[in-house]
Write a protein that binds this ligand. Structure first.
Ligand SMILES: [Zn+2]
Length: 190
């Protein structure tokens, strides 16, 4: 999975093209992005009753609000936070390496999720949905890749009975010793 959280200094914010401010202005979103958010919301809501309140240290209320409303109260960052959704049209800056990424730490109460061209041109709707879930973990709970993967796999498993294999990425990030874990079983079909 080509997604992560490069340091803010790597990115040239001035080159970012803001196509959509997250919130209620969904009509201006690019289609695959809009669909990915809708799919992610549906998947999350299907999974939520089975997830508890704080799975993998992710505040579920904050996660839902961030995903659905673009605004959330964060015990992790402190205070009310806004999500800035930026859909880039050029493969430059962080978009050379990632399909999507979150700029951390937040600045002035805002967390920026950058969606790169590759997000919409490569992969499948399922992968895009997974990517949104994964990135939103970074939005509400910070940069830990193992947490984001574990949470996303738990959401998929709770909703679908299976999760997208992430073995290689899990190993690359050294998640075996992270204290987070992937679901035990990946055999049941949807
Ligand atoms: Zn990540």
């Amino acid at each position: 999975m080509r997604k992560a959280d490069p340091a803010p200094m790597r990115l040239r914010a001035t080159l970012a093209i803001v196509l959509a401010s997250f919130g209620f202005s969904t009509a201006v979103r690019a289609d695959p992005v809009d669909t990915a958010f809708s799919d992610a919301i549906a998947l999350f809501e299907r999974a939520a009753p089975a997830l508890g309140t704080m799975p993998f240290g992710v505040d579920l209320v904050a996660f839902r609000d961030a995903l659905s409303l673009g605004r959330f109260h964060s015990t992790h960052w402190g205070g009310t936070m806004l999500l800035d959704l930026r859909v880039e049209t050029k493969v430059e800056g962080g978009c050379r390496d990632y399909a999507a990424f979150v700029r951390l730490p937040p600045r002035q109460g805002r967390v920026t999720l950058v969606i790169c061209p590759e997000f919409s041109t490569a992969g499948t709707p399922e992968l895009r949905r997974l990517t949104i879930i994964h990135e939103m973990v970074h939005v509400v709970a910070g940069a830990d890749e193992c947490r984001a993967m574990a949470f996303a796999a738990a959401v998929e498993t709770a909703a679908l009975g299976r999760f997208t294999p992430v073995d290689r990425y899990w190993q690359t990030k050294g998640c075996a010793g992270s204290g987070f874990g992937l679901p035990q079983s990946n055999s049941r079909s949807d």
